[in-house]
Design a protein around this ligand. Structure first.
Ligand SMILES: [Zn+2]
Ligand SMILES: [Zn+2]
Length: 256
């Protein structure tokens, strides 16, 4: 049984209907998933929450993607506080920094990131972190803010060996996506050989980042099995063993 720790079931522009994705996941033994509300503004969160209410094995994370940091007002944070009271909301996220696209100015992203770290500490929910091209800045905010008081997950990790070590020292979990199946991702596969097994989660980040052999298609939770398969080859162990370990880690991280 596999746990897709990060998918965007509510996103527009999928190639499959929600029911099709749920059914394929079931056929592939992907029995748990966390759908991320962040990424399509503030309202995307209520769409994610609706899906989590509809399916007993889907939970939601609520937050504002760094792309949308400019949308965050005190009223938005107030709305977030209400959503965090919902029993199917298991994490704050994805939040963080994205200096690659800079859809929101850097200073605003950093301010909003700190707001969400504070909010996570206040509502005592784990943090799902998005980081792109802001590695050490992201790390420094987490180091100051999170103080390991709530569990922290670095989602879709693509950083260096040094950065992975820093996050592990901070007590963070690290999640790997379909990128590890890409031909040019040997550095990432090397990192997987030494990251402690009890700190690793798997994800699709669907509809993005379809793994080999589905590249070119829209991603979906069922494909998280390919991420696990790649890890099983790196660890030289069975697929079942990877499923068991990564599902246990995800349950622990999300408090399920
Ligand atoms: Zn992300
Ligand atoms: Zn995402």
């Amino acid at each position: 049984m596999f746990f897709d720790s990060h998918c965007h079931l509510s996103f527009s522009g999928q190639d499959y209907t929600l029911d099709e994705m749920i059914l394929s996941a079931q056929k592939a033994a992907v029995t748990r998933m966390v759908t991320i509300g962040a990424g399509e503004g503030v309202e995307g969160n209520s769409e994610a929450l609706k899906i989590a209410e509809k399916f007993s094995h889907v939970w939601a994370a609520v937050g504002i993607h760094p792309h949308d940091a400019k949308l965050v007002t005190p009223e938005v944070l107030e709305q977030m506080r209400k959503w965090f009271l919902h029993p199917k909301v298991v994490a704050v996220g994805e939040v963080g920094l994205d200096f690659h696209y800079l859809h929101s100015p850097r200073e605003i992203q950093e301010k909003v990131f700190d707001d969400f770290i504070d909010l996570a500490l206040e509502v005592k929910k784990p943090l799902v972190i998005h980081d792109r091209d802001a590695d050490l800045v992201t790390y420094n905010h987490l180091k100051v803010g999170a103080q390991r008081a709530v569990p922290v997950l670095i989602h879709c990790f693509t950083g260096t060996k040094e950065l992975a070590k820093k996050y592990l020292d901070l007590g963070c979990f690290i999640s790997f996506s379909g990128i590890i199946t890409f031909k040019n991702a040997q550095d990432l596969r090397d990192i997987l050989t030494w990251v402690p097994k009890d700190r690793i989660l798997i994800e699709t980040d669907s509809p993005f980042l379809a793994p080999v052999p589905y590249r070119g298609k829209k991603n979906q939770p069922a494909f998280v099995v390919e991420v696990a398969r790649c890890i099983s080859q790196i660890w030289n162990t069975s697929l079942e063993n990877v499923a068991q370990i990564t599902t246990q880690n995800a349950n622990q991280f999300f408090g399920l």
